[in-house]
Design a protein around this ligand. Structure first.
Ligand SMILES: [Zn+2]
Length: 140
């Protein structure tokens, strides 16, 4: 297949290189599991958030200032948890899409394959440890 060959020789070459089919399968299983786990956690957090709001509406009339303050804090924490979970779930989803595209697991910085050991711990990682450190140093 000449056409495919040309594609692989282009940007895809570094993607395929250094990664076996078994590794890809291993990564897919990890990502899929992570996504499902986050999906469940997110659904739970949504339900929890809804309960919190319902309680709040029911209680609001009789609250003094301190009570409503701690409830606001509780609600803020729940909201930020929701946001975090949604972010992670989206990251895992993107990672799965990139895996299908054949672009997953390569560093966005240096385009070398990210070690499977790193992906196992951080399936949503888009950079290798070196490039991440460089980015963080730049950001701070
Ligand atoms: Zn890198």
């Amino acid at each position: 297949m000449l056409v495919n060959g040309a594609v692989v020789a282009g940007k895809g070459a570094s993607t395929v290189k250094g990664r076996s089919a078994e590794e890809f399968e291993q990564i897919r299983v990890i990502l899929q599991g992570r996504f499902e786990e986050l999906d469940r956690e997110y659904e739970e957090a949504v339900a929890q958030n809804t309960r919190l709001r319902l309680v709040e509406i029911g209680d609001a009339a009789g609250d003094d200032q301190a009570d409503s303050g701690s409830k606001t804090a509780e609600r803020d924490a729940a909201t930020s948890l929701l946001r975090t979970l949604l972010d992670r779930r989206t990251q895992a989803e993107h990672a799965l899409q990139r895996l299908d595209d054949g672009t997953y697991g390569n560093c966005e910085g240096c385009s070398k394959p990210i070690p499977v050991e790193r992906l196992e711990v951080f399936p949503s990682a888009t950079t290798c440890v070196n490039c991440k450190q460089v980015r963080e140093r730049r950001a701070s």
